[in-house]
Design a protein around this ligand. Structure first.
Ligand code: GLN
Length: 385
């Protein structure tokens, strides 16, 4: 007896494996990106009420009506375009399902999909699970920019879609309007869909600003916008995500979603609604909170003389571990968790290219947690070979 070929071609998630390794060594876990602080009080209070009042049974498969309406209103405000809650949204179990669902909606087995490298590791598995074939285009460190010529070469292979993570995990790029226009122009010329992952849409560091790809001229028709509430409201465990796209795409995506998961957790869709109604001050406060954490953590790394990049958005930083003499960044991360007590993700799980000298940490943690991690990192020199 044999199992499916498609499950042979990828490993379990190294990001989530590093969380298990961190737990094993009681390390400060800066690997899998999730906060250790509470979500907004308003939705915790509402969740307590909902526990007694319900709903506890299935919601409408595409997302509860009031959830989609509140979400459409919020996204319409930020995207500057009226989103129809009935025709242009499907609620999914996190952006993870949104991306898988988008991939299955757009591609046929054998189709090619452009993925920038480094990339969030789910995209590799998403393409394999849907039978598509990734074409990787490098984002060149240290600035993590792409070469338009290399990108056009990838488009010449007539991909069905391009995956765009913006702000970008793991490299922290916030693509400029000019860069996005290059992608838009190629998508138009080669008639390609763009599947976005915009979960860090509200985590940006001045002067960088987020441009929703779907809002570029002519791009609404070919963009499948995926995002989630996980990062915006510090509720990664609630698994609330969504796809926004034109009605013809959403009609198909609804079917895929229906048979993948049926729907999101009904009580959680109900409980999150007060957050969807927050005003601009909430989003300004979130950005300010992360700007403070970024400064605290990056300054700590500077004091320790650990080289790193300067993220423009999202909450990750890439550290250069070249000087420690490890051939394997995975082994380095295991030793870092076991001997120094800090969890990180090996860079090789994000890069298509042979990159072994970078590791990723995140700073979505309480200041005390970040300080504890920095204190422990004072001993990073003991790993030197
Ligand atoms: N996006 C998070 C990270 O990169 C993880 C999300 C997840 O594990 N689903 O760490």
């Amino acid at each position: 007896m044999t199992l499916s070929h498609r499950t042979e071609c990828f490993t379990d998630s190294v990001i989530r494996r590093m969380t298990r390794i961190s737990m094993q060594y009681d390390a400060v876990n800066l690997s899998q990106g999730f906060p250790d602080f509470d979500p907004p009080q308003a939705i915790m209070d509402r969740l307590a009420e909902v526990a007694h009042q319900g709903p506890h049974q299935y919601a409408v498969t595409w997302g509860a009506q009031n959830f989609r309406e509140a979400l459409a209103a919020k996204q319409s405000r930020f995207m500057g375009r009226t989103i129809d809650p009935n025709r242009e949204i499907v609620a999914t179990c996190g952006s993870t399902e949104a991306m898988m669902c988008a991939m299955l909606t757009v591609t046929n087995p054998g189709d090619k999909v452009i993925v920038f490298s480094p990339f969030y590791e789910n995209y590799g598995a998403d393409t394999i699970l849907s039978g598509a074939e990734p074409i990787y285009v490098p984002l060149n460190p240290p600035a993590f920019t792409f070469d338009p010529e290399v990108l056009e070469d990838a488009f010449r292979q007539h991909p069905k879609a391009l995956v765009l993570c913006n702000p970008s995990n793991p490299c922290g790029r916030v693509f400029t309007r000019e860069e996005l226009s290059v992608i838009a122009d190629l998508a138009e010329r080669y008639d390609t869909y763009v599947i976005t992952d915009e979960v860090y849409e509200h985590i940006l560091y001045a002067p960088h600003r987020h441009t929703y790809f779907a809002t570029l001229p002519g791009m609404w028709e070919r963009t499948i916008s995926c995002s989630s509430l996980s990062k915006t409201y510090s509720i990664t465990g609630w698994r609330l995500g969504y796809i926004i796209a034109p009605e013809e795409v959403i009609d198909r995506a609804k079917k895929v979603h229906d048979f993948l998961t049926v729907g999101c957790a009904a009580p959680l869709m109900e409980a999150v609604i007060p957050a969807l109604n927050f005003g601009q001050d909430y989003y300004d406060g979130l950005a300010a909170k992360y700007a403070h954490k970024r400064e605290l953590f990056l300054k700590g790394l500077d004091d320790l003389k650990i080289p790193h990049n300067e993220p423009q958005g999202a909450y990750y930083v890439m550290l250069d571990i070249g000087e420690y003499g490890y051939g394997s960044d995975l082994k380095f991360c295991e030793d870092l968790a076991a001997k120094v007590g800090v969890g990180a993700v090996p860079g090789s799980s994000f890069f298509r290219e042979d990159v072994n000298h970078l590791i990723r940490m995140h700073f979505a943690k309480n200041d005390e947690t970040l300080q504890e991690a920095l204190n422990r990192l004072e001993r990073i020199g003991t790993l030197k070979k």
